[in-house]
Design a protein around this ligand. Structure first.
Ligand code: 0RA
Length: 650
């Protein structure tokens, strides 16, 4: 028999279900998708809440445990989610937090947090709604409290367990298989990547990750904070000076920045707002850029390093070889949208500009040697840039001469509908010849590339544009290249990017190289070009890698293909017996047109891998390792990841 308490409880269950129903009906609206990303978004939400507690200065240790069966828990040593009755709802505050959908705003206004990770802030209730089980353990007010849920619905009341002096919150959950299917699993490296990033951004918190499946434990705690982050990013580069660190608070806003120039040409910039990686930049980034250009110009003029006749530095001049991490924390962050991660708060532009400007000016005054080095670097960059501009004007001029400007070696497709077309970048003229025979010329274009592609990581723009193969690719693809701000804040900043995704002449750019070491090398060089100069092409999923096989096994009229020795062995075993011929293709050129079409080009049968920019930090590291000046790390890397390098799908 149900007592009065349980009856009331049933009614509440129905209310909870109705409240969280939109989340279960349209999970994508809340967490982006129900694939790998959305699955990990659940974890991000829960860890962000623990980090919020750390940002409020109430927690300094977080333990993340990955249990078997995709159960994960996040334990913090903060004050614990309040369990007392909620002033408005009557039920416990914990239950409110876990079952009531909050419209963006962070729970606990006033007494709650100053700042919080707003973008992920769909709330713990969303994660709860999308979890087949969720257990909240709270340690506060002298007791251990616990409440359990299934798919957002409480399956227990708030239970008071043993007495304890401990304080904090442990959230344990398992994503709902009926929402996410049974193919996705927590990926430890995705989780630890985020934990490492959070530890760099919040130096006061120690984050421990324990993987019960491997019984491995990893601790992330960087007392150097952003300085450690920048040093890490520059590990394989040659820095010109010790990092510059700036931290200041103004009103309720915290601005933190570390930067260090190296002797390379690339800019590496990571910007965060409330711990969210703002890939597309925003007001904090443009404030930073304005400060850099303004202060370096003023310093160079004052010290007569820029002469009267010299023009001022522009933004691009002070970017070469700059590695910088900017992290701002503010009470009400506004982001452009869920997909475009760009900070919008207008006040941040001026605040970052002024704080970074002061910090940089002080640093230059105190370190004149470093100041001189940085200005020298900007001067060299500025000169190289005007040479590049000339080369580019020529390039652009010829590109404007419409069809005649398409490279001579390009076998273009007949369709002019870019959304239906694809281009194969093929290693070598002979493979190019086979590809031309194998293609469907209606929508497939072929551009053969001769020799080894130029390593853009080690060349300046003028040389890059002067390289025939690269210029041909740029003209064939049609969308131009990024020459200025790489992270989307061009509009605000008058950047001089000549990239326009809409102008691409093909929907898919397919890299097709031999399945051997040289092929892997050329593929990596091409990926470097796309990563550094056409990144939106990768971001929007337009870059692919063809997967031509290494082996063919002929059995009667039928041919089957294998990518590896292992696959070959299985294949041969599967077709046990007589009349089996094994062919080993030394290169694409050895395949006949039919074979090439079937394995690498015909959309009905080919294998293609889409290139993804999953983790920008890792990608940056890989490209630096593989393509930069330092030889030893590259050798180590290749030796360590020989398998992945040949199958590099970053
Ligand atoms: C609301 C108010 C207070 C703390 C929290 C929520 C809180 C939330 C989470 C989520 C994960 N760990 C957490 N720890 C705390 C402050 C209440 C007070 O001042 O006592």
């Amino acid at each position: 028999m149900a007592n009065a308490d349980q009856m009331q409880y049933d009614e509440r269950n129905i209310q909870v279900l109705e409240g969280l129903e939109p989340v279960r009906k349209r999970p994508g609206m809340y967490i982006g998708d129900t694939d790998f990303k959305g699955f990990h978004h659940l974890f991000n939400e829960i860890i962000d809440n623990a980090i919020d507690e750390a940002m409020a200065g109430r927690c300094d240790e977080i333990l993340v445990t990955l249990h078997p069966d995709d159960v994960i828990s996040v334990a913090d040593n903060g004050v614990g989610i309040p369990v007392g009755p909620h002033p408005v709802k009557g039920i416990s505050t914990l239950e409110v937090v876990m079952t009531v959908l909050h419209a963006g705003g962070k729970f606990g206004e006033g007494g709650g947090y100053k700042v919080s990770g707003g973008l992920h802030g769909v709330g713990m209730s969303c994660v709860n709604a999308l979890s087949e089980s969720f257990i909240s353990d709270v340690y506060r007010d002298g007791s251990h409290w616990q409440m359990r849920f299934e798919r957002g619905v409480p399956t227990s009341g708030l239970v008071q367990l043993e007495a304890t002096t401990r304080h904090g919150t442990t959230q344990t959950f398992k994503p709902d298989r009926t929402i996410f299917g049974d193919k996705i699993h927590f990926h430890p490296e995705t989780i630890t990547g985020r934990l490492r990033e959070l530890a760099y951004l919040n130096k006061n918190v120690k984050i421990i990750f324990h993987d019960e499946l491997t019984d491995e434990t990893e601790t992330y705690h960087y007392t150097g904070g952003l300085v450690s982050f920048v040093e890490k990013l520059n590990t394989l580069k040659d820095p010109l000076h010790a990092p510059l660190y700036v931290y200041r608070e103004r009103d309720d806003i915290q601005v933190e920045m570390a930067l260090q120039y190296n002797d390379g040409y690339q800019e590496t910039l990571f910007a965060y707002a409330n711990n969210i990686h703002t890939i597309d930049g925003g007001t904090h980034v443009s404030g930073f850029r304005t400060a850099m250009t303004r202060v370096l110009n003023a310093y160079a003029r004052k010290n007569n390093l820029l002469k009267e006749k010299d023009a001022n530095f522009v933004g691009d001049d002070v970017r070469e070889g700059l590695t910088v991490v900017i992290s701002v924390k503010l009470p009400e962050p506004q982001f452009e949208s869920q997909t475009k991660v760009k900070l919008r708060n207008m006040e941040m532009e001026g605040i970052v500009n002024s704080i970074v400007g002061e910090g940089l000016a002080d640093f230059l005054e105190e370190n004149p040697g470093t100041g001189r080095k940085i200005i020298d670097k900007a001067l060299t960059a500025s000169r190289a840039r005007s040479a590049a501009r000339k080369a580019m004007d020529l390039e652009r001029k010829s590109a404007l001469e419409s069809s005649t400007s398409l490279p001579g070696k390009l076998a273009d497709c007949r369709s002019k509908d870019a959304s239906a077309c694809e281009i194969f970048l093929v290693e070598g003229d002979s493979a190019g010849g086979s590809a031309k025979k194998a293609r469907n010329s209606m929508f497939q274009a072929v551009l053969p590339l001769r020799g080894v592609v130029l390593n853009v990581e080690r060349a300046r723009l003028d040389r890059i544009l002067g390289n025939r193969e690269i210029a041909d690719m740029i003209r064939a693809i049609g969308s131009g290249i990024i020459t200025g701000a790489p992270s989307g804040e061009d509009e605000e900043n008058g950047g001089n990017s000549t990239f326009n995704l809409e102008k691409r002449r093909y929907d898919r750019v397919i890299i097709m190289t031999d399945a051997d070491v040289d092929g892997a090398h050329i593929r990596t060089l091409l990926l470097t070009l796309f990563f550094r100069y056409m990144q939106p092409l990768i971001e929007h999923g337009h870059v692919f890698i063809a997967q031509p096989p290494l082996f063919g096994v002929k059995h009667g009229k039928e041919t089957k293909y294998a990518m590896t020795e292992e696959e070959l062995n299985t294949l041969v075993k599967d077709l046990p017996k007589r009349g089996v011929t094994v062919m080993r293709y030394k290169g694409l050129g050895e395949m006949d047109a039919d074979e090439l079409a079937e394995t690498a080009m015909d959309p009905k049968t080919r294998r293609l891998v889409r290139v993804e920019l999953e983790d920008a930090v890792k990608a940056d590291e890989i490209f630096t390792t593989l393509m930069g000046d330092a030889v030893a790390p590259r050798r180590d890397f290749i030796a360590r990841y020989a398998q992945e390098v040949t199958n590099l799908d970053i």
